[in-house]
Every structure is written in structure tokens, then in C-alpha cells.
Write a protein that binds this ligand. Structure first.
Ligand code: CTP
Ligand code: MG
Length: 226
């Protein structure tokens, strides 16, 4: 069986701001995207890595992935969902078409090899499996600055990527639901009626959204050096 990683990097990072989109910011001497791509390229279960970018970021992209062996990037769309669909369409044109696809945010550079492996392994039994971590904080509902209730925490998970799928099934789901503006691919799969399994991810696998997240990622990277 073949397994391809699809990394979506076509966002503009509006919440992050700064001189360049967050996936091209420096993290310990390399671009965020370089770390993300590297995690999949060096994984024994991953046969190929396809990146989706904004064509206007081409120079930043070329600099970020210098030294890595990657196919021509796909041009992304206006929403994350559209970027994923365009990436899947490119993979559908491959011969042979992959059996499995692991869809991952460029903005999650600290994904562990164990998380990638756990998601891929689960796909032997189910059509869809996502990395996620159980919620540990107590959750409050707020209304006008006041607590209006406590939300039952049991059974709640924070969804991460990678999110893995049987290729044909997620392609069909994305075609059916184009334009729905769902924020992850599991939501697309759920709407299409697929069973989605939860796989425990690694807590360091944060999504760089704001400046503080990048600082935290840098600390976690250093902390993991023995
Ligand atoms: N993404 C994409 N195409 C889009 C929007 C997002 O490929 N049109 C990618 C981002 O590059 C990122 C991932 O989807 O790797 C998760 O999206 P998010 O964290 O929201 O990133 P941005 O959309 O870039 O950030 P913001 O929402 O703050 O603008
Ligand atoms: Mg976004």
C-alpha cells in the first residue's frame, strides 16, 4: 500500500501577522515549513510529500524547502478546505493513485514520528483516523464576561493533524462538500458519513497561530534536545 502526505501551506497567516506568513517564519534556524515537511519525508511509512502553497509565496517557499526533494507544489485556494481539495485532485492525477493520504497543516512543525505512525496504522482498520488530544482544562461557557456554565469535559478532544484517510473516500467527500468551509478534513469526512477514529497525538504538536505559539514551539524544540 502507498501513503502520501499532503501538507497545506497556502494560508496567509492573518492572525500571526508579521513580515511573512507563519509557515515561512524562522524556527531554530529553518523555516517552519521545512520542519513540517522533514517530519514526513523522513518517515518510513510515507512514500511522497505533496505541498500546497500560494503562488505569490513562491520565493519564500523555494527558500524554505532548499535541500529537500519535493515535487512541484500545487496552487492552493481561498480557504483551507479548498486548498486540501486542490491538493487531493493533484494526487488523484498520479499513477498509481495513493491508497492513503495523511493531510497535515504546515503550521504544525512539531508533529512526532509516533503520531504519524499511529494515524497511519489505524487506517488498516478504519477509513479515517485523526490525531487528537484529550481536553484537560475545565471548560467554561462565558456570556458577557461572566461564567454562565461549566461544560462537561468527559469525551472532549482537541483535533490536530495529521488526519489520515483512505484516498478514494476523502477525495469523494471533498468533491461532494466543496464550498462548505469546514475547518478540518475530519469534518468533511463526518459530513460524508465516514467513521472517524481518534488516535492520541503528541501534545507538542501545536498549531502556530499567534506569535506566542512560535515562541512556545522554539522552547519545545530546545527542550527536546537531550
Ligand atoms: N491553509 C491553506 N490554504 C488556505 C488557508 C489555510 O493551505 N486558504 C493552511 C495554512 O497554511 C495552515 C493550515 O491551513 O498550514 C491551517 O490554517 P490556519 O492555521 O488557519 O492558517 P492561516 O489561514 O494561514 O492563518 P489565519 O487563519 O490566521 O489567516
Ligand atoms: Mg486560517
Amino acid at each position: 500500500t502507498s501513503c502520501v502526505a499532503l501538507i497545506v501551506a497556502a494560508g496567509s497567516g492573518e492572525r500571526f501577522g508579521g513580515d511573512r506568513p507563519k509557515q515561512y517564519q524562522d524556527l531554530g534556524g529553518r523555516a517552519v515549513l521545512h520542519h513540517t515537511v522533514g517530519a514526513f519525508l523522513r518517515h518510513a511509512y510515507v512514500d511522497a510529500v505533496q505541498v500546497v502553497i500560494q503562488p505569490g509565496h513562491r520565493e519564500l517557499y523555494d527558500a524554505a524547502i532548499a535541500g529537500l526533494d519535493l515535487p512541484e507544489p500545487v496552487a492552493g485556494g481561498a480557504t483551507r478546505q479548498e486548498s486540501v481539495r486542490l491538493g487531493l485532485e493533484r494526487l488523484a492525477a498520479r499513477d498509481p493513485v495513493p491508497d492513503f493520504v495523511l493531510i497535515h497543516d504546515a503550521a504544525r512543525p512539531l508533529v512526532s514520528g509516533a503520531t504519524v505512525q499511529a494515524v497511519r496504522d489505524r487506517l488498516d482498520e478504519v477509513p479515517a483516523a485523526i490525531a487528537a488530544v484529550p481536553v484537560t482544562d475545565t471548560l467554561k461557557r462565558g456570556t458577557g464576561g461572566l461564567v454562565s456554565g461549566t461544560v462537561e469535559r468527559a469525551g472532549l478532544w482537541r483535533a490536530q493533524t495529521p488526519q489520515g484517510f483512505r484516498f478514494g473516500e476523502i477525495l469523494r467527500a471533498h468533491r461532494e462538500l466543496a464550498g462548505a468551509e469546514l475547518t478540518d478534513d475530519a469534518a468533511v469526512a463526518e459530513r460524508a458519513g465516514l467513521d472517524v477514529a481518534l488516535v492520541e497525538g503528541n501534545v507538542e504538536n501545536l498549531k502556530v497561530t499567534n506569535r506566542d505559539d512560535l515562541a512556545q514551539a522554539a522552547m519545545l524544540m530546545n527542550a527536546s534536545i537531550p
